[in-house]
Each structure stands twice: as structure tokens, then as C-alpha cells.
Ligand binder design. Sequence first.
Ligand code: BES
Ligand code: MN
Ligand code: ZN
Length: 492
Amino acid sequence: MDVIIKQTSNPESIRSQCLVVPIYEKGKLSKAAGQIDKASGGQIKKMIKRGDISGKLNSHLLLHTLNGVKAERILLLGADTGKKISEADFRKLIHTTLSQLDKSKAKEACLFFDDLSVANRDAQWMAEQIAISSGNHIYQYTKTLSKPKTGSSLKKLILMTKSTAALRKAVKQGKAIANGMNTAKELGNLPGNICTPSYLAKEARALGRKYSSLSVSILEEKKMRELGMGSLLSVTAGTDQAAKLIVMNYKGGKANQKPHALVGKGITFDSGGISLKPGARMDEMKYDMCGAASVLGAMTAITELQLPINVVAIIAAAENMPAGGATKPGDVVTSMSGQTIEVLNTDAEGRLVLCDALTYCKKFKPQSVIDIATLTGACVVALGKHATGLYSNQDDFAEELITAGEVVGDRAWQMPLWDDYQPQLNSNFADIANIGGPEGGSITAACFLSRFTKDLRWAHLDIAGTAWLSGANKGATGRPVGLLTRYLISKS
Ligand code: BES
Ligand code: MN
Ligand code: ZN
């Protein structure tokens, strides 16, 4: 989606495919609506009087040509008072705009949102939101369809306002975030027989070829064995697909600046292994690499923006399958950290790959580490599909990430990481068990990871509920690329 900024003093004379103009409550017109009303000899006011359109939020009316106005179409859009509307209402307005523009078949539209305002947010924020939403809007999955669906015909949005450097930057960031989200969506939606660990590695290499600031290296199983990654390797024991540890090193900052680290869970299919999952909705476990996808999405965004920071991204990619050689419940494995782990349930595999990836990332001496994982069904029970579960060993870090998420409507909610939960991971046969029983399952999973991140500024995002939608709208959401990218922008 092309989003540009342009100013005009007379909307009635623009030869656009569609003008989008707000109408406010109590018959009040936005500035642009007023000018169009005047040019058309009072047509808009007449329509309001007749009750064809009101200022009620999200009411809308599409006009095909209007006397005295050069544009092909005019979309009247109810926008409440237009003053200090809530963030959620503004997002609804963008959504209504985009879906009505789709119906209209317009390829290009001019948005006259200049006199709208959002409580506690500025014009830059609004422009970034429009760029994010419209960029997301054009995503469509087609890869494995023999007859691709016809998608949105909308190609270009013009924000009708004074172009400033700050606004152009906001649009640029919004576009990059949307591109990152679409990258994550596509990888998530691809089936497990296409999106394998090798496929993820290939995608990472391709990104590395595109930017000289990004170097990519792939650690094969042989190298993992040499490094002592017995925990990660125990997950891949039952599959024919080779596991990959993908390392992406982005250097946008000074050479001596410590990097921020992102670590993604990349289980390209999670059958549960010998602790086999039940059949219902097992297909959705192709989404068990959405943590990895969000890391690739965030790297797509930050390379596009060429942020002046250093970032190291690590993806632990493997498939979790049952087989004769698969890891069994009760097996004890040794992690790269030296800690031994009793694998009581082979379906708690995410933490087993992450712990070795987290230990590995220490060699880069990161100033902060965020791991992202579709880690537990228990997190979905606790928070549903709206908020990502957030854990951190440093509260101010948690706060930074929550704020970053709120800015882009990609919310996270902090969960406790208290020592009280740690004894649930006790084992008689190893240093730690890989499950903590039925109580507080998302918390004990985070506690497991905390054993491997003691000396790091670390946060863990459990995205099991937020990474994809089920049912008729089944599909990846691209979360939490927005949160991650916004956090990294705030560090640049
Ligand atoms: N990938 C799953 C978590 C998951 C389940 C995410 C359903 C989204 C929807 C993870 O590997 C897993 O299987 N976790 C187990 C842990 C349990 C065995 C302690 C779970 O949540 O049931
Ligand atoms: Mn599992
Ligand atoms: Zn899993």
C-alpha cells in the first residue's frame, strides 16, 4: 500500500477516485465536508437532514458523483464529535474506511482526517496507525490456492494534510511495521509441509542477502551437538526434518554497542511428540513457529528502517514429532547451560528449544533479550486472544514493552514470575523438570526459562493466544511484530 501526504485547500476540485470526509454529531461538518457541501449547493447538509448519514461513529454513506465536486466518489464517514476520540474508536474508523473503500472498488483515495483528533495521541500517531492498518489490510494468503481470490483493489492512500518530516517518518515506520506483520502472517499461515526449519533458514538467508547490514548464519545439528545443546536436540529426535538454529546479526549501530536480542520459538509443527496431542485442531500447531515468524517480521521492519542500533536475532527451528527414536517422557537431557532436565512431557517442547537458544545468545553480550513463543495453552486460558502474556525479571523492562505495545494496539499484560512457583519444577532425577503441573501453566513455563536467563535483562512473551485466530477467520495476526518493532524504534 502506497501512503503519501499532500495538502490542498479545495477538496472539491481534486480528481480523486474517492474523497473520505468525516461528518460529526449534531449535524456538524468537518472542514472538508463543509467545503464540499458548499461546492455542491448544500447537498451534504440535505442528506444529514434526511437521515441518510449521521455523525454516529462508523455510520457511512458512499456517494457516486456529486454536482460541483470533481472526485468520482465521496465517502461520508460518521466520526462522533471528531475531537479526542478514543484510540479504539479511531482504529474502528480506519477499519470502516478501508472496508468501504474495498466495496467501492476505488484504487486510490484521499483521506481528510486533518481536523480529527485522538485523546492523548498526536498527528504522527494517527498517520502511523493509518499506515499500519492499510498495510495490513492488503495482505491475503494465496500461496497454496489454485485460484487466488480477488483481493482489495485499493493501492494508494493520500493523507490530506501538511507534509512535515515528522509525519513522513511516522508513515514510513507504519509501513515498515505493516510489512513486518505481513511477513510474519505469511510464514505463520504456510502449512507445515512447506514451512519447515529449512524453509525458515532460507527466508532468513534471503533477508540477509537483501541488506549488507544483516549477516545470517545457520547452525546445523552437528554444531548444536558440539555446543552441548542436548535440550534443543531432544525435541528434534523424532523427525526427519533437520533442526536449524538461525542467527541473524543486524549492525545498524556503533560496532562496540551491545545488541538487543530477539529469540523466537520456531516449532514448524508441534504434534506433541510421544506425549501426542489430541486430534481436534491439531492443524493449528503449524502456527507453533509464530514466535520465529515475529522475529523475522521485526527484522524485516528494522532492516527496512535501517535503525541505528544493533540487534541479534536467534530462531530455534525444529519439528516435534513422535517416532522410534523420539525423546520419551522420563528421559533426562543436558542443556547447553549444563543444567539437566527431566522431560516429563514431550509436548512441553518450546521451553526445551528456547533454553538452549537463550544460553547461546549470551555470547553476544546482549543489553536486553526478548523471547517470543507460542508457549502454553494455559496462557490462552488466562488472557484469551487479546493480550500477550508478558514476563520479565526486570519490571522497568516489562513497562517499556507494555508501552511499546499500547502505542501500536498490540497489547501485552504482565504476569507474575514469583519464586513461589519455582518448586513446581522440582525433579527427583534432574536439576529441573520441564513441566510444573496443571496450576499456573503459563507461569511455570516462564519460570523454567528464567532458570536460563538469570544474568540477563530478559523478557518472555507468551503469544499462544495472540499469534493467530481460529474458526472462520483462521489466520496469523502478525503479532507481536508491532510491539517488538516499536520497542526497537524507541531504543534507536
Ligand atoms: N505449542 C504448545 C502451546 C499451545 C497450545 C499454543 C495450544 C497454542 C494453543 C506447546 O508446545 C504445548 O504443547 N504446551 C503444553 C504444555 C504442557 C504439556 C505443560 C500445553 O500448553 O498444553
Ligand atoms: Mn507442545
Ligand atoms: Zn509447542
